[in-house]
Design a binder for this molecule. Structure first.
Ligand SMILES: Nc1ncnc2c1ncn2[C@@H]1O[C@H](COP(=O)(O)OP(=O)(O)OP(=O)(O)O)[C@@H](O)[C@H]1O
Length: 816
């Protein structure tokens, strides 16, 4: 006896070609899995594991696919969808089946499987010649794409991969060995290795074709970078079984146009949402109304501009809405009903969009002319949509073709409107008229037979029937054929009904086919408009962010920042945009840099040093993103980068100590900061013995203000560092005001010139609720330990320490 049926053989053949995936095999209304796949799937999805010819089998209803898919992907699996690719009614023998799509966590496009956030995936390759990692970041669902090179160590790369929470990682064959390491560090991240052929030298034609461009000359990428891009395109094509046309032209991640903010700084300043860090700057600023706007806001905040003209263009627009509340509110209203156009575009381009997508697109496009018209009432915004085709034609086309409330899938006659296809209309009316037909027949038969309980009905499985109560069933005419017996009734059929049933079945099949074809052609047609739609979406998201900046600036009393040449800065009454929301009376602080641009900031624990330091960083990022800033006045330099070294964390990736991590981060800053950078250091050197810590901090400081000349705030508990100001001209000391009262110490959070003379650590312990006995004992120990004479001697020594004169910037301090 043959072991497998012909269909199982078909399954096995397809499975063999998709061995790395769970194969979902379409069988009727189910996607079935077999053998090991079935065991895995039934365990993950908690569904019944059955048997077919003794082989394990588990199935999921096709209409619930999305819910189950998400779970499979979340469990790090790759899923191949195998569909019937011919009409079963027309198939000779086994219905032809093919894998139509392979889905991985990074290639999801289904609306109900995505939230508003970006889903970036990362491809990593290694350039041996330059000893750099090549990175492509892409969000398949929106089409965003970035390429760049990173001169970082392998551990830093791993850290970057883990801490950025990418949807999936593609490793070039050269980095195959990292796959296990990534798996060990985070079992959740889906990782695949791309073999050598993905990275071929014949990339040019393929890229040109994908982007529909004639030359690659204008792209700022070298051969190796383009090869990596091509590998991504190939990978996506192989998973989608389609040409990929919806990706954006790649941009450089660290482009000279943008301030590059590393992930540490983004986290330290809590710029964008991070589950573990409470409210972020993004959360406070998020008055955007569209999903594209939310994502664009994150992008603006994590990649502020460098060019003053471009920043001022944004600020000018913000100012318009800031001053014109009516216009702002009106635009807000229009924006509120705009849907996620980016993702609809992606689905259109992949021919995967649903009827509801089209209605969402239509509703969105309906708003655009209103927005355009409203913007035209103000001379500063009137040109906003000039040169943009706002595609009212598409809106009309959708309106003409698609029902306002269509079903989820074409095929039941409730998607394509009347008047589009005569054939469809005819078959559809046959189906819709059937109820009237049946009613007429019922009436006629009742009168003819005199059977009062006679009813006509339709059942999905048994088809049409005449139902008569058991008591009256003996009175039926001869032409009634018995079909089914139920408890209290009998069901019959007649030749006439059979004929009618046949007609309806044919009509339903026709409607299904015709409507699906019309819909698919409609989407194919729409896919030619992807470029225009992308432009509209880009404009909308930009406007959304600008308007949101204005609204938040107005409600939170922000002010327009101005940029000055050189390093000088003068900020009056600045606030921390997030902390001010959570404390009753936020103390405003000034920040001024004249000729001394290295600030040593001292103050007790909990006095507000970190808050101050962070708010100065955030303020510059906001300003360069094009937003007003939380201050009364802000005249600030344009920074090329903002660096931070704040807080203590152990390295989750390689188990490095707090101090080592701290030194590695510091080393990055020393390598990369320039005289146009802002450097924010919070307690650097703390992770080791006091003397080592002070010495390292001292040397770092000298290097920073002598060679790098960056504007720097260095918050520290090491009072010794304040001596720098006595030795060097560019150093100034600031402290946080503290008031000692009978009840204890009062933190005023006010920054002033000078040196803090006490760190009040024990006071903080008392505030934290330590038992008074322990607090008293600590004071006693402190009394004995703090040898004032010794400290004064130390300070004297510091004062006399020979001045270090660093000569030239050091060569690259190579990291681990
Ligand atoms: N300007 C301010 N106005 C009002 N409250 C503030 C201000 N700055 C800080 N605070 C409050 O003080 C708390 C502690 O501030 P912060 O963390 O900045 O102190 P710190 O001096 O850096 O402490 P440590 O040295 O222990 O790190 C904040 O969480 C906030 O509640």
């Amino acid at each position: 006896m043959a072991e497998y049926t012909p269909m199982m053989k078909q399954y096995l053949e397809i499975k063999e070609k998709n061995n790395d995936s769970i194969l979902l095999f379409r069988l009727g209304d189910f996607y079935e899995t077999f053998f090991e796949d079935a065991k895995k799937v039934s365990e993950i999805l908690q569904i019944v594991l059955t048997k077919r010819n003794n082989h394990p089998m588990a199935g999921i209803p096709y209409h619930a696919l999305d819910n189950y898919l998400k779970k499979l992907l979340d469990n790090g699996l790759k899923v191949a969808i195998c569909d019937q690719v011919e009409d079963p009614s027309e198939a000779k023998g086994i219905v032809k089946r093919e894998v139509t799509r392979v889905i991985t966590p990074g290639t999801i496009i289904e609306e109900n499987m995505l939230d508003e956030n970006n889903r970036f995936s990362i491809l990593v390759d290694y350039d041996e010649k330059d000893e750099e990692f090549l990175i492509v970041l892409f969000d398949f669902s929106t089409g965003e794409l970035y390429i760049d090179r990173f001169d970082i160590s392998q551990n830093e790369l791993l850290d970057m991969i883990i801490s950025n929470n990418y949807s999936q990682v593609l490793l070039s064959f050269k980095l195959r060995y990292l796959k296990n390491e990534i798996k060990t560090l985070s079992s959740k991240i889906y990782t695949e290795v791309l073999e050598e052929w993905y990275f071929s030298s014949n990339y040019e034609e393929h890229i040109k074709e994908s982007y529909d461009i004639l030359t690659l000359g204008h792209l700022p990428f070298d051969q190796e970078e383009l090869k990596s891009l091509d590998a991504v395109l190939k990978y996506l094509e192989l998973t989608q079984f389609k040409k990929i046309k919806h990706l954006n032209i790649p941009k450089k991640l660290k482009s000279k146009e943008f301030m590059y903010i590393d992930i540490n700084t983004l986290n330290n300043l809590n710029i964008v949402s991070n589950e573990n860090r409470g409210k972020s700057v993004y959360d406070i600023l998020r008055k955007t109304k569209t999903p594209m706007g939310h994502r664009k806001l994150k992008d603006f905040l994590s990649r502020p501009l460098i060019d003053e003209k471009q920043i001022n263009q944004r600020l000018d627009l913000v100012e318009v809405f800031f001053e014109n509340n009516f216009l702002s509110e009106e635009i807000k209203e229009y924006l509120s009903s705009i849907k996620d156009i980016d993702r609809i575009i992606s689905r259109i381009s992949l021919l995967k969009s649903t009827p509801k997508d089209l209605i969402a697109l239509k509703d969105s496009l309906t708003q655009v002319p209103y927005i355009k018209e409203a913007l035209e009432t103000n001379e500063k915004t009137q040109g906003f949509f000039s040169n943009v085709n706002i595609r009212t034609d598409l809106k009309q086309k959708i309106e003409k073709h698609i029902f306002d409330e269509p079903s989820n899938e074409p095929g039941d006659g409730k998607v394509i409107k009347k008047g589009i296809s005569k054939e469809l209309d005819e078959y559809r009316s046959l189906i819709t008229d059937i109820d009237t037909f049946l009613e007429n027949i019922q009436k006629r038969e009742k009168e003819k037979t005199g059977i009062t309980t006679l009813k006509l009905g339709r059942n999905k499985i048994y088809g049409f029937y005449i139902e008569i109560s058991k008591a009256q069933s003996k009175e039926v005419p001869d032409e009634y054929i018995r079909k089914q017996t139920l408890t209290n009734t009998e069901r019959f059929i007649t030749e006439e009904l059979r004929e009618l049933e046949k007609k309806v079945i044919i009509a339903e099949e026709k409607v299904k086919k015709i409507e699906k074809t019309i819909f698919l052609n409609f989407i194919k047609d729409l896919s030619d408009s992807v470029k225009d739609l992308k432009t509209i979406s880009e404009k909308i998201s930009y406007l959304d962010v600008i308007r949101s900046f204005a609204e938040i600036s107005k409600t939170n009393r922000y002010t327009r920042p101005y940029f000055v040449k050189g390093n000088k800065a003068k900020i009056e009454s600045s606030r921390h945009p997030v902390v001010e929301k959570f404390v009753d009376n936020f103390t405003q602080n000034d920040f001024e840099i004249e000729d001394k641009n290295f600030i040593v900031l001292t103050g007790p624990n909990m006095s507000g040093k970190s808050t101050y330091l962070r708010q100065i960083g955030i303020l510059s990022i906001l300003a360069q993103a094009g937003c007003f800033v939380p201050a009364k006045k802000a005249h600030i330099p344009l920074y090329d980068r903002v660096f931070t070294r704040i807080g203590a964390k152990d390295d989750i990736v390689t188990g490095k100590s707090t101090f080592l991590v701290e030194m590695m981060e510091m080393s990055t800053i020393l390598n990369q900061a320039t005289e146009r950078s802002l450097v924010l250091l919070d307690e650097v050197g703390r992770g080791t013995s006091t003397l080592d810590g002070i010495s390292v901090a001292w040397a770092i400081s000298e290097y920073l203000f002598q060679i790098l000349k960056s504007n720097t705030i260095f918050a520290t508990h090491y009072t010794e560092l304040t001596m720098l100001s006595e030795i060097y001209d560019n150093v100034i000391t600031k402290r946080v005001q503290v008031k000692e009262t009978k009840e204890g110490v009062l933190f005023l959070h006010k920054i002033e010139n000078g040196v803090s003379d006490n760190s009040y650590g024990i006071e903080v312990a008392r505030l934290a609720g330590f038992p008074s006995e322990i607090v008293d004992r600590a004071k006693e120990v402190l009394e004995n330990l703090s040898d004032k004479v010794d400290l004064e001697n130390r300070l004297k020594k510091m004062r006399n320490i020979n001045r270090k004169k660093y000569k030239t910037p050091q060569g690259q301090l190579k990291m681990f």
